[in-house]
Design a protein around this ligand. Structure first.
Ligand code: THU
Length: 156
């Protein structure tokens, strides 16, 4: 029997070190936290997508008294983008979160279900999606969702 390893890689930097377009994308994700409806968790998440044509689509988590009926910020943004502009690949996503005390210091990372949906975008458009995970202390960047979801289920 052999041991095998899968490596993932990510970058870490301060937001101010990023190109203006990605700083602005993060700012839109931060602003989108204001559109969150999180009366149950008080955890307000915003996502901003940069489409291939330069358009930005935002999303925010939407909760419901019947808990499973809610949806994460990432998927509200992705499904809105797909419903409105299905021809456009998604080049990048920025994600930010705050609680009642303010923006989180450490980056938030997407849940497993969102990772699966994000990966399908890469498969559908044959194009990697960069992921910018914002925290006030710094930003994690992955070049592809594959680095967030090793051993992914990708085809039937
Ligand atoms: N949530 C997101 O919107 N994105 C994530 O990446 C993680 C969690 C939402 C779901 C729920 O509304 C709240 O945050 C608490 O889990």
């Amino acid at each position: 029997m052999e041991n095998r390893k899968i490596e993932i890689s990510y970058k870490y930097c301060r937001k101010e070190e990023l190109d203006a377009v990605y700083q602005e994308l993060i700012d839109k994700a931060i602003a989108a936290t204001q559109n969150s409806y999180a009366d149950y968790s008080h955890f307000y998440v915003g996502a901003a997508l940069l489409l291939d044509n330069g358009d930005v689509v935002i999303g925010a988590n939407q909760e419901n008294v019947a808990f499973p009926s809610g949806l994460c910020a990432e998927r509200t943004a992705i499904f809105a983008a797909q419903a409105q502009q299905p021809m456009q690949a998604i080049k990048a996503i920025a994600i930010a979160a705050r609680n009642d005390k303010g923006m989180l210091e450490s980056p938030i990372t997407p849940c497993g279900a969102c990772r699966q949906v994000m990966l399908e975008i890469e498969e559908r458009y044959h194009s990697d999606m960069e992921v910018y995970l914002y925290g006030t202390d710094g930003v994690y960047i992955v070049n592809s969702v594959k680095d967030l979801l090793p051993f992914a289920f990708v085809s039937l």
